[in-house]
Design a protein around this ligand. Structure first.
Ligand code: 6GU
Length: 273
């Protein structure tokens, strides 16, 4: 996969040289190219921002440097057909970045990210490229960051770990929280390793039992408990048809009952939360 990032802070993306993404780059599985937006300015001050039309606080990124930068990046590859890039525009007003979108982006050969600073990029840039490209305006959560560079680090890592051969073990993302499949929509429960006792705390006995059936059941109950506590919205959205009798019993202990609409609801929150 090829990834281009156009930014006024290429140094902010240094972490892409480290760990999983850094290794994928070193192995040639990921071709990441960073571009300094100011290389496409033509004034002495290398200006990338200006005051907003209509007034208001803050500054807006000027369209001309973005247009020249993106044209230059796009000139290096196909802009239509199977090889065409997806233009990913990080913005707090975008659609939520989800595991589903990460999976979709991981299947594409080329991603271009345009992290912005200030109040964002002149709208005409996005509208112009949207006529020719698949453009995705994406937010990584309900909080406001000073710029899109940290979201690019987040999204590149989420996508890179899905690329074939990047994680050591092909099974490694099977049980990911939010991955499709048996644990669909459940958070992962706790994990343990050696020693069997640490500071007087034992590892749950079931995990040392060697009973794969009991271990699987225990893990699923822990996943249900954790999801109920941390993400009740995921229990509410969950399809009861995807759950077995033991799941339903565990959820009932946690106060959840399927309602007339077939979705889970909870009369009252258990006191131990
Ligand atoms: Cl993608 N950008 C900024 N600036 N803030 C954010 C965000 C993106 N996602 C959540 N907050």
């Amino acid at each position: 996969m090829r990834i281009d990032v156009v930014t006024i802070f290429p140094e902010y993306l240094e972490p892409l040289n480290v760990s999983l993404v850094g290794k994928a780059r070193a192995r040639g599985q990921l071709d990441v190219r960073l571009h300094d937006l100011r290389d496409w300015t033509h004034d002495r001050h290398r200006t990338v921002d200006d005051t907003p039309y209509g007034g208001g606080p803050g500054m807006v990124m000027k369209p001309e440097p973005w247009g020249e930068a993106l044209d230059a990046v796009l000139a290096a590859g196909p802009s239509a057909g199977d090889g065409a890039p997806v233009l990913v525009v990080p913005t707090p007003s975008g659609r939520p970045f989800t595991q589903e979108l990460a999976v979709e982006l991981a299947a594409r050969p080329w991603l271009i990210f345009t992290p912005a600073r200030y109040e964002g990029i002149d709208r005409r840039v996005i509208d112009d490229y949207a006529e020719r490209l698949d453009v995705r305006e994406v937010s990584i959560g309900d909080y406001v960051l000073a710029g899109g560079e940290a979201p690019v680090l987040v999204m590149v890592e989420a996508v890179a770990r899905l690329l074939p051969g990047v994680l050591g073990n092909a099974e490694s993302h099977r049980d990911d929280s939010f991955a499709p499949g048996a644990m669909a929509g459940l958070l992962e429960g706790p994990v343990y390793t050696k020693p069997p006792e640490w500071r007087g705390r034992a590892v749950p006995e079931v995990l040392i039992s060697g009973h794969h059936g009991r271990i699987g059941r225990w893990r699923r109950d822990e996943a249900l408990r954790r999801t109920s506590t941390h993400r009740p919205d995921l229990v509410e959205r969950c399809d009861p048809a995807a759950l077995d009798k033991r799941d339903l019993a565990t959820l009932a202990e946690l106060g959840w009952e399927p309602g007339p609409d077939g979705r889970f609801g909870r009369a009252s929150r258990p006191v131990e939360e």
